[in-house]
Design a protein. Structure first.
Length: 497
């Protein structure tokens, strides 16, 4: 759509046919902000309502999504049922919004992807589905794609190809691009599907105090030694759920067997078993034997991989959407500024560098989380490195200061050097080292902490609090009046905006 708005002749190719199942379903505040920025800059007004739960419901009541008020984490010990702990040592709740109207969403991809394709066609993008591409070859100033559609040969000549086909996708295979490892990241596998009749956690694990948001209206993470389960609810009664785990855990449970492996896992986690006791599987389980992926090349003459095709780490922390949209933002700027310019090659090289650096930064953080799933206090502290960077980045962009947070996870910010902390996290040997590292993490995030993260009195529950943002104004080079105006403009108060 952006390329079309910039005057390019565009052909959108789809291997399957909409509506179709797709994984990658959970948005974040930064994702929504990036989508909003793109829709405004490139005049795509029909996409803007997708940036908030409230506007989505008004504009597209028939396009299914789920309400995402934040991130919910529960720590589980094999064979033990979750209990109420006044100190909430086995929980982490981080709110992403103060109320439903401006909340994030889970995307029911069968319907949301169809909406995007219809919008592309409506503005004039040519679209072909059920395309089976077989090869890609460079010819002079073009790329030649060859394949078939409905039994007939298909030959396409393009000045540029953007590959959005995901890990180990079309160009990776057609160009025989090597696959690289993610340093210090464990081999992981996934198993997932869609369910109906999944019970709500708040029915099973009542809290003595009211949480910052209903715990199920979120991206729910059930964390256990060596892996975690996600639970994402859509308003059509479907629940997306699956597990990502290290290869030894996946082998022990027999992930390749599908449904039996899921049942074996539930038998180990009584509270999660109760949540899925009456659940109905709506489609066959999908086993992903290799979740993590890193492409050996991201751009080349007349082609580029989107971040979603250049690499993937893990569903943990919902990093896929913001990484992809940062890539779209950068490619759009290149097409806008450098299309017929000698700057195109260097600009693509810079795009590739940023994409790989952000992939590696994400892998370092999530790798440290995997290393500490059995050490939940440290897992919580490490998670705050993500939430501090994300909330700071979102607020900086909304204040019109994107230069303060130009990269994902602030990985290239000179004052947010967290790699030594992540390296230490993989080597923690005892409780004393764990506590020392947690303290060092809190000190590291303090100059960027605009969300009250780590305050002991909150006992691992972090609401979206206007007071935190107002107090954090100087960290963003702003004053309280600027932040107050931002909160009003964004509809932070219930019923506003």
């Amino acid at each position: 759509m952006i390329a079309h708005r910039l005057g390019r002749s565009v052909l959108l190719l789809e291997r399957g046919k909409h509506p179709r199942f797709a994984i990658g379903e959970s948005s974040t505040p930064l994702s929504n902000l990036l989508l909003e920025e793109l829709s405004v800059r490139y005049h795509l007004p029909n996409l803007t309502p997708l940036c908030k739960w409230g506007t989505w419901q008004k504009a597209y009541p028939d396009v299914t999504c789920g309400l995402k008020r934040g991130f919910t984490f529960y720590r589980h010990k094999s064979g033990s049922r979750a209990a109420v702990d006044p100190q909430r040592r086995d929980q982490l709740l981080v709110a992403a919004s103060p109320h439903d109207a401006i909340a994030d969403t889970h995307w029911y991809r069968a319907e949301v992807d169809s909406l995007f394709v219809r919008e592309a066609q409506n503005i004039g993008v040519e679209y072909l589905d059920e395309v089976d591409l077989l090869s890609a070859r460079g010819q002079d100033e073009t790329v030649r794609l060859e394949g078939t559609r409905h039994g007939k040969r298909l030959n396409i000549s393009a000045r540029f190809v953007v590959d959005a086909t995901g890990p180990r996708g079309f160009l990776h295979r057609a160009l025989a691009i090597p696959e690289l490892n993610l340093p210090d990241f464990p081999r992981t596998e996934g198993l997932y599907t869609h369910f109906t009749n999944v019970r709500r956690l708040d029915e099973l694990t009542p809290n003595a105090e009211a949480p910052p948001y209903p715990v199920d209206d979120a991206a729910v993470h059930h964390v256990f030694d060596g892996g975690w389960i996600w639970v994402l609810r859509f308003r059509n009664g479907i629940t997306s759920a699956g597990v990502a785990a290290t290869q030894p855990v996946a082998a022990r449970l027999g992930f390749s067997e599908g449904a039996p492996a899921w049942q074996r896992l539930l038998q180990c986690l009584p509270t999660v078993h109760d949540q899925f006791a009456s659940a109905v599987v709506e489609r066959p389980f999908i086993h992903a034997p290799r979740l993590a992926f890193r492409s050996g090349a991201i751009t080349g003459p007349r082609w580029a991989l989107l971040p979603s095709a250049a690499g993937f780490v893990d569903p943990l922390l919902s990093t896929g959407f913001p990484l992809a949209l940062l890539g779209v933002t950068r490619l759009a700027a290149i097409f806008e500024r450098d299309w017929d310019s000698p700057r195109l090659g260097p600009a693509l090289a810079t795009y590739a560098l940023h994409t790989e650096e952000e992939l590696l930064a994400t892998a370092r953080l999530i790798g440290s989380l995997y290393a500490n799933m059995a050490n939940f206090p440290l897992f919580v502290s490490l998670s705050l490195l993500y939430f501090a960077a994300a909330s700071f980045s979102e607020t900086a962009r909304r204040l019109g200061r994107p230069h303060l947070a130009s990269s994902f996870l602030l990985h290239d910010h000179p004052d947010y050097q967290i790699q030594p902390l992540l390296e230490r996290a993989r080597l923690v040997r005892n409780q004393e080292e764990s506590q020392t590292l947690s303290g060092d993490i809190l000190r590291a995030i303090e100059p960027f902490n605009v969300a009250g993260l780590g305050e002991p009195r909150r006992r691992n529950w972090y609401p979206a609090d206007a007071g935190d943002m107002l107090r954090g104004a100087p960290k963003l080079g702003a004053d309280r009046d600027e932040v107050a105006h931002l909160l009003e403009r964004c509809g932070f108060q219930r019923g506003a905006g």
